[in-house]
Ligand binder design. Structure first.
Ligand SMILES: NC(=O)c1ccc[n+]([C@@H]2O[C@H](COP(=O)([O-])OP(=O)(O)OC[C@H]3O[C@@H](n4cnc5c(N)ncnc54)[C@H](O)[C@@H]3O)[C@@H](O)[C@H]2O)c1
Length: 400
């Protein structure tokens, strides 16, 4: 098949790579650097599997900045452009998805458009009705950043949302699901075909559950820290119940990354006129956690008594082995520290500039650690071992 993919980010690139094992894929982005990188077989994102597949596998993949090249003869076109949360409207900004749908239709009236971007619950149905265009389906993406291709090679499930009353489109949705499954390495992957609105809800409820779990163990950890208790022992004891499990339970400075903060807020917005307590609490819990972490850091730094205290932030990323710090929780903590008037400096080797959002970047680790009164690390890495007495972290398991 001819397949177009719009957006060469985590979602678009991993889907383009896997589909291009068996099909001709043209991937489009407005970023000339990303297009060039893919054509040079260099992954524009840190993902060892994507890099390996680009270099070593016989992929039928071309990148371009011309959307017509991707759509003109395509049977399926995937949209994987951003849907950032708009704090003014309290909803996702879906303008890039809507714009791309129009552009695709100006070129190709027949292809099936597959929305992979995360959208508000009800978005696809609305756009089908508004544009009278029945050939749009929604397929939620469940990848983790840094493991984007791996998670498509071994997907937990493939879900396709389609108007189930439209038999022809259900067939096309099934073909898309089978195409994804055939390219994967895992076998017997659960495939669910449902209406578009349910499929959109699956995505937001799944991410909100993950945020809930992070918040739960963070609040457990806050309790333990305030009462001087051993959080690790409590978490282990709690998790031995197989219904709870000893996984995805490592305390942190809050949930973060591109998706969890915005997807929880979007789900809360979708709850308008629906009774709830929990969804709002998950969003608020993350703020409370960052407030608490900032307070603990100030205490450890002896601020404000020690007005010359410097807080050194070790990495802006959420996880080790990542180059991505979109919406990382440490940035929320830094903002709170700045509002208290304490000096903050950053150690982040993936940054080349000397400043980041007005904070000084010190990538010479010796210098960074010697100027810092306290070093804060969401995740501990081995460089920190010689200066552990200065480190403030809640990382118990060096994972997640
Ligand atoms: N990153 C994740 O872990 C993840 C997981 C599941 C779902 N999602 C969802 O998928 C969507 C994309 O996320 P991402 O992380 O891949 O984003 P990204 O920022 O990594 O990539 C998006 C790409 O789209 C490009 N783009 C923007 N407008 C364009 C246009 N008009 N034409 C062509 N290219 C355009 C950007 O230049 C960028 O390269 C979002 O809705 C996100 O919520 C992301």
């Amino acid at each position: 098949m001819q397949i177009g993919v719009i957006g060469i980010g985590y979602v678009g690139l991993s889907n383009a790579v896997i589909l291009s094992l068996n099909h001709n894929v043209v991937a489009v982005d407005i970023s000339a650097e990303k297009v060039q990188a893919v054509n040079d077989k260099k992954s524009p994102i840190v993902d060892c599997d994507i890099q390996e597949y680009l270099e070593k596998k016989p992929l039928h993949l071309v990148a371009t900045d011309k959307i017509a090249d991707a759509c003109a003869s395509a049977e399926y076109v995937l949209i994987a452009t951003p849907t950032n949360y708009d704090e003014k409207t309290n909803f996702f900004d879906t303008s890039s998805v809507e714009k791309v749908i129009k552009e695709i239709r100006n070129i190709n009236k027949d292809c099936v458009i597959v929305i992979k971007s995360t959208v508000p619950v009800g978005f696809t149905k609305e756009i089908i009705e508004k544009t009278n265009d029945e050939k749009i389906i929604f397929s939620p993406e469940f990848l983790r950043e840094g493991k984007a291709l791996y998670d498509n090679l071994y997907p937990s499930r493939i879900i396709v949302g389609v108007d189930k009353d439209n038999a022809e489109m259900v067939k096309k949705a099934q073909i898309f699901a089978n195409t994804m499954a055939e390219s994967a390495k895992a076998e017997n992957i659960p495939v669910l075909v449902m209406n578009t609105t349910e499929a959109e809800a699956v995505k937001l409820f799944a991410n909100t559950y993950l945020a809930l779990r992070v918040s739960y163990f963070n609040e457990l950890d806050t309790y333990a820290e305030i009462h001087g208790l051993n959080a690790r022992e409590i978490i282990e004891g709690v998790g031995l119940d197989s219904r709870i499990g000893n996984h995805y339970n490592n305390p942190s400075f809050g949930y973060g990354g591109y998706c969890l903060p915005k997807d929880t807020k979007q789900l809360l917005a979708n709850y308008k006129n629906v009774p709830e307590n929990l969804i709002r609490a998950i969003v608020e819990s993350n703020r409370t956690r960052k407030d608490f972490i900032a307070q603990r850091i100030l205490q450890k730094a002896g601020f404000p008594k020690n007005s010359a205290a410097v807080v050194g932030v070790f990495r802006l990323t959420m996880k080790s082995n990542s180059d991505n710090f979109r919406q990382s929780s440490i940035q929320g903590v830094m903002e709170r520290l700045k509002n208290h008037g304490v000096k903050v400096v950053i150690y982040e080797p993936t940054l080349k500039a000397e400043q980041f959002n007005g904070y000084q970047v010190i990538n010479d680790f010796e210098k960074f650690s010697s100027v810092s009164t306290v070093i804060v690390a969401n995740r501990v890495e081995k460089e920190l071992l010689p200066v552990l007495d200065k480190v403030y972290t809640r990382d118990l398991y060096q994972r997640d």
